[in-house]
Write a protein that binds this ligand. Structure first.
Ligand SMILES: Nc1ncnc2c1ncn2[C@@H]1O[C@H](COP(=O)(O)OP(=O)(O)OP(=O)(O)O)[C@@H](O)[C@H]1O
Length: 607
C-alpha cells in the first residue's frame, strides 16, 4: 500500500465513535403506556380543557366552508346583501372562536408537554446519580449526555404538539370525509381517489427523508464528539504534533457530513412538489367532475366552492399525519433508550431496610475479600486486613496491583465478589450507603474542581458550613495563604476542572474540602505529579492536620508519607505480600525494599 493511502487509512481509523445503531423503532404500546404515566398526573387538571378546545377549534374550522357555500348560493348569487353581511359576520365569528380555542389549546399542550419533559429529565438525572460505578465503566460520558439532552428533546415535540395534532387531524379528516359524502356522495368519492396516493407518498417519503436526516444527525454527533475530544486533548495533540492528522480526520468527517446533508436536502426538496402534484390532481377531478354535476343540476356553485375549500383543508392533515408517523418511530427509539437507563438498577443495591452506620470509631476489617471487575479476572485474591481505629495505612505496590480496588470496595463503589468488609463490626452491605459514605471522606488523585468560587468548592465537603468554617478548614491545611493572594480571594471563580490552579493548589483545596466534611475514615489517593519542595512541605503539614485522629488509607507515592504511616501494606497482583512499618519492611528486604531502592536510585539520578 502506498504511504499516502496507508496514512489516510490510519487517520480514518484513529478515532472510533460508537453511534446509536437503531434510530427508529416500531410502534410499541409499552412505551406509550410508560410515557402515559408521566402525563397522568396532569391529565385530570388540563386534559379536559385541552380536548374541549381541540374539538371547538376543529369544528369551527369545519363549518366555515359550509357558510361560504350558503353565502354564495343564498346571498351572493341572488343579491341578498343583508344575508351576505350576516354570513361574513358568521365566518368572522368562527375564525375568532377558532383562534381563541387554538391559543388555549396550544398553551395547555405546551404546559403538559413541558411538565412531562421536566419530570422525565429529572427522573433520568436523579436515577443516573444513583447508579453504581460499573454503569459508568461501560459507557462513555458522551452517550449518557446524549440521552439526557437529545433523546428527551426528541420526545418533547411528540408530547407538546404531536399527540394533540394527531387527534385534531383525525377529527378534521373524519369530519371532512363525512361532510363531503353527505353533501354529494359521487363527487366526494371521486375526490377521495387521490387520498391513498397522498397518504402513501406522505408516509413513505417522509420516513425516507427522516432517515436521511438522521444519518446527517449521526455524522454531526460524530463531529461534535471529535471536536469535544480534540479540545479536551489539545495539549497532548500539540505536544505530539498531531495537528495535521487531526485536521485530516476532521476533514474526512466533514466531507462525509456534507455528502449526507446534500442527499437529505435533495430528498426533502422533492417532497413538496410531489404533494402539490397529487393535490392538483384532486383539484382537477373536483373542477372537471364538479362542473359536470353543476350542469346536471346535482350541485350548486356554492357547494363546489365549499368542496374546493375542504380539499384544501384535507391535504394538510394527511401530510401532517405522515410526518407524525415518522416522528413517532423516532420517539419510540428515544423513549426506549431513556427507559433503558431508568430501568438500570444500581449494581451496588441498598438493602430493603438498611440500618444506619453509627458514628464510626474506625476499626476496619477486610476478611477473605475477593473481587472481580469482570468475571474471571480477579483484582483482589482473598485479602485479609485488620485496621485499628486511628491508624494510618499506606497502600503501596506496582501499578495495577489492586490499591485503588481496596478503596473502591471500602467506599462500596463496588460490592465484593466474596468475603466481607466491616466497619466497627458492621458489614458495609448492611448499612445505608448514605450513612457509610458520609463517614468516609475521599481525596482523589485527580482533584475535581467544579465551576464556581473557591469557597463553593471547599464547601462541597459540607454544604451548610459557614464562611468562617470554610476559612478555618483552608487555614488548617495551609491553603489560606495562596487563596488570600488570588484576585478575589475565596470568591475567585475557577472554571471546570480548576485549570487556573496548580496541581498542589488543587490538592490543598481538596484537603480543605475533606477536612470540612470531617469524616472518621479518610481515603487519600496521593498525586504523583512532581511539586516543588515548598509545596511538598506544605502538603505534608496539611496531611498531618487532616489525618489526625482518623483511620486513613493512603495510596502513597511520596517517600515522606510512606515513612510516617503506622502500617504499610504492600500489594502485588491483587495479593497482600508484606505488611509492617517502614523499618520492619526495610529489614525484611522484600518488595517494599525494592520499591524504595528504586525510588532512591531514580531520585539520585534526577538530582
Ligand atoms: N473499572 C475497571 N474495570 C475492569 N478492570 C479494572 C477496572 N479498574 C481496575 N481494573 C483492573 O483491576 C486491577 C487492579 O487495578 P487497581 O486500579 O486497583 O490498581 P492500582 O494498584 O490502584 O494501580 P495504579 O497504581 O496504577 O492506580 C488491574 O488489573 C486493572 O486493570
Amino acid at each position: 500500500m502506498p504511504e499516502d493511502s496507508n496514512q489516510k487509512q490510519g487517520v480514518q481509523h484513529r478515532f472510533v465513535y460508537q453511534d446509536d445503531v437503531q434510530i427508529e423503532k416500531p410502534f410499541d404500546w409499552t412505551q406509550i403506556r410508560r410515557l402515559g404515566k408521566y402525563i397522568k398526573p396532569y391529565g385530570r387538571q388540563l386534559l379536559p380543557v385541552m380536548i374541549v378546545m381541540m374539538c371547538v377549534g376543529a369544528l369551527s374550522k369545519l363549518f366555515i366552508p359550509l357558510i361560504i357555500s350558503f353565502a354564495i348560493d343564498k346571498a351572493l348569487l341572488v343579491g341578498n346583501g343583508k344575508l351576505l353581511a350576516l354570513s361574513v359576520a358568521g365566518i368572522l365569528a368562527l375564525y375568532l372562536i377558532q383562534w381563541v380555542a387554538n391559543t388555549y389549546r396550544i398553551r395547555y399542550t405546551n404546559t403538559i408537554g413541558q411538565r412531562v419533559i421536566y419530570d422525565l429529565r429529572d427522573d433520568l438525572f436523579s436515577h443516573i446519580q444513583k447508579l453504581s460505578f460499573n454503569f459508568f465503566d461501560k459507557r462513555p460520558a458522551g452517550s449518557i449526555l446524549v440521552r439526557i439532552v437529545n433523546y428527551v428533546n426528541s420526545l418533547q415535540d411528540l408530547l407538546t404538539n404531536g399527540i394533540v395534532n394527531l387527534l385534531i387531524d383525525c377529527v378534521q379528516l373524519t369530519g371532512i370525509i363525512i361532510i363531503l359524502l353527505i353533501f354529494n356522495f359521487k363527487l366526494g368519492a371521486a375526490i377521495m381517489i387521490t387520498v391513498p396516493i397522498m397518504f402513501l407518498v406522505s408516509t413513505k417519503l417522509r420516513v425516507a427523508i427522516r432517515r436521511a436526516w438522521q444519518l446527517v444527525q449521526i455524522r454531526t454527533s460524530r463531529i461534535n464528539a471529535h471536536l469535544n475530544e480534540c479540545i479536551q486533548g489539545i495539549k497532548v495533540t500539540q505536544a505530539f504534533t498531531q495537528e495535521k492528522e487531526n485536521i485530516a480526520f476532521f476533514d474526512h468527517m466533514n466531507v462525509d457530513n456534507t455528502k449526507h446533508w446534500n442527499r437529505a436536502s435533495t430528498m426533502n426538496q422533492s417532497f413538496n412538489p410531489i404533494i402539490e402534484v397529487t393535490g392538483a390532481i384532486g383539484y382537477c377531478i373536483l373542477f372537471w367532475y364538479g362542473a359536470y354535476l353543476i350542469q346536471q343540476g346535482e350541485i350548486t356553485v356554492g357547494l363546489l366552492v365549499a368542496f374546493a375549500n375542504y380539499i384544501g383543508n384535507f391535504w394538510e392533515p394527511i401530510n401532517r399525519l405522515g410526518q407524525m408517523y415518522s416522528n413517532l418511530l423516532v420517539a419510540m427509539a428515544s423513549s426506549e433508550r431513556i427507559f433503558e437507563f431508568i430501568d438500570e438498577q444500581p449494581s451496588v443495591p441498598e438493602k430493603k431496610n438498611p440500618s444506619e452506620l453509627p458514628p464510626a470509631k474506625g476499626d476496619i476489617r477486610f476478611e477473605n475479600v475477593v473481587f472481580e471487575y469482570e468475571p474471571g479476572r480477579r483484582a483482589l485474591k482473598g485479602l485479609n486486613l485488620d485496621v485499628s481505629a486511628g491508624q494510618s495505612i499506606a497502600l503501596v505496590g506496582h501499578t495495577g496491583s489492586g490499591k485503588s480496588t481496596i478503596i473502591n470496595l471500602l467506599c462500596r463503589f463496588y460490592d465484593v465478589t466474596s468475603g466481607s468488609i466491616t466497619i466497627d463490626g458492621h458489614d458495609i452491605r448492611d448499612v445505608s450507603l448514605n450513612s457509610l459514605r458520609s463517614q468516609v471522606g475521599i481525596v482523589l488523585q485527580d482533584t475535581f474542581i467544579f465551576s464556581g468560587t473557591i469557597r463553593d468548592n471547599i464547601r462541597f465537603g459540607r454544604l451548610n458550613a459557614t464562611d468562617e468554617e470554610v476559612e478555618q478548614a483552608a487555614k488548617a491545611v495551609r491553603a489560606h495563604d495562596f487563596i488570600a493572594k488570588l484576585p478575589s480571594g475565596y470568591d475567585t471563580e475557577v472554571q471546570e476542572r480548576g485549570n487556573v490552579l496548580s496541581m498542589g493548589q488543587r490538592q490543598l483545596i481538596s484537603f480543605a474540602r475533606a477536612l470540612l466534611a470531617d469524616p472518621r475514615i479518610l481515603i487519600l489517593d496521593e498525586a504523583t505529579a512532581s511539586i516543588d519542595t515548598e509545596t511538598e512541605l506544605k502538603i505534608q503539614e496539611a496531611l498531618k492536620t487532616l489525618l489526625k485522629g482518623r483511620t486513613s488509607f493512603i495510596i502513597a507515592h511520596r517517600l515522606s508519607t510512606i515513612r510516617g504511616a503506622d502500617n504499610i501494606v504492600v500489594m502485588d497482583h491483587g495479593e497482600l505480600m508484606e505488611m509492617g512499618d517502614h523499618s520492619q519492611l526495610m529489614e525484611h528486604k522484600g518488595i517494599y525494599h525494592g520499591l524504595i531502592q528504586a525510588q532512591y536510585k531514580f531520585l539520585k539520578e534526577v538530582i
